[in-house]
Design a protein around this ligand. Structure first.
Ligand code: ATP
Length: 296
């Protein structure tokens, strides 16, 4: 488990990017950090692998202060995926994916075999192996980015807006693929997005941050939709949160009624309606079981 314990990041110019943030990030699930631009999502993610050092507070990985371990060891346990994939343009796809295994001293053949296996896992045609990144579509490049991050089989995956540069259809495919990969591999994923729909689709737990890097709410998606903590969260979730919340309702909780209606220009008829109970308590599905709560 990753535990962020009362962490503050103050940049040298005085900007407080993250303010006393506490979160417990459960193992083998997707935790999404979501919020408006500048609310400290990327800073939080980068503090987890120490690309940014906290000014105050502690981050623990499996109970150990991340500052106690060498930064290279820490980063090897954490794959990192960024927007636009960040691939090495002068290296072929297979060599991009094999980068970390090669750095870890794997032989070329073994590293390439691993890369080929990962291409298949992320849904990339093996025929693309010898191409260069510029010869791939944006969506394919993102898949390569995910494969590269998974190459050395790290237990943790940090993903910073990995799908935000692709069109909505490709994006949906990438999201579905990530959920499938997660089902198979059970990584601990911390995923940054500013898109609430993406957060709700992918997150087992969702942390909504507000400006100044303060935690507004930390909850499973169904709970967020059913009981936003305040007006900021409610506004961020959007006007249609009630409809979206229905997808988390177990069907047994829905009441089917038949109401008499009189359509214009016709005789009286019956119309079936589905009503959510007035006070339903969201029960996350097994795959999205409730994680630990957090305080700020
Ligand atoms: N190196 C830096 N020096 C000073 N301020 C910084 C630095 N990096 C980020 N910030 C500031 O810290 C705040 C949080 O930035 P951060 O990039 O973490 O936010 P974000 O939520 O990821 O934003 P976005 O969604 O736009 O990527 C912002 O006000 C930003 O301007």
């Amino acid at each position: 488990m990753i535990r962020i314990d009362s962490v503050t990041k103050r940049y040298p110019d005085g900007t407080v990017a993250v303010d006393r943030l506490s979160l417990e990030i459960p193992d083998r699930s997707i935790t999404v950090l979501v919020g408006p631009s500048g609310c400290g999502k990327t800073t939080t993610l980068r503090m987890i692998n120490r690309m940014v050092e906290p000014s105050e507070g502690t981050i623990l990985l499996d109970g150990e202060d991340t500052r106690r371990q060498p930064v290279t060891t820490l980063r090897r346990s954490m794959g990192y995926v960024i927007q636009n994939a960040g691939l090495f343009q002068h290296r072929t796809i297979v060599d991009n994916i094999a980068t970390v295994p090669r750095m870890l001293g794997w032989g070329k053949q073994r590293a390439r075999e691993r890369a080929a296996e990962l291409m298949e896992r992320v849904g990339l045609d093996p025929a693309l192996a010898g191409r260069y990144p510029y010869q791939l579509s944006g969506g394919q490049q993102q898949r390569v980015g995910v494969a590269r991050a998974l190459a050395a089989d790290p237990p943790v995956l940090l993903m910073d807006e990995p799908f935000s540069a692709v069109d909505p259809v490709v994006r949906k495919g990438l999201q579905d693929e990530l959920l499938r990969i997660q089902d198979e591999l059970g990584k601990t994923i911390v995923f940054v997005t500013h898109d609430i729909d993406e957060a709700i689709k992918l997150g087992t737990m969702v942390a909504v941050l507000r400006e100044g890097g303060r935690l507004a709410q930390y909850a499973p998606p169904a709970e967020l939709l059913a009981s936003p903590a305040d007006a900021f969260v409610e506004d961020f979730l959007g006007a249609d949160r009630g409809i979206r919340g229905l997808s988390f309702l177990p069907s047994a909780a829905l009441e089917v009624t038949t109401d008499a209606v009189i359509p214009a220009g016709a005789g009286a008829g019956l119309i079936a309606a589905v009503k959510a109970p007035t006070s339903w308590s969201p029960t996350p599905t097994a795959a999205r079981s409730a994680g630990p709560s957090a305080t700020n």
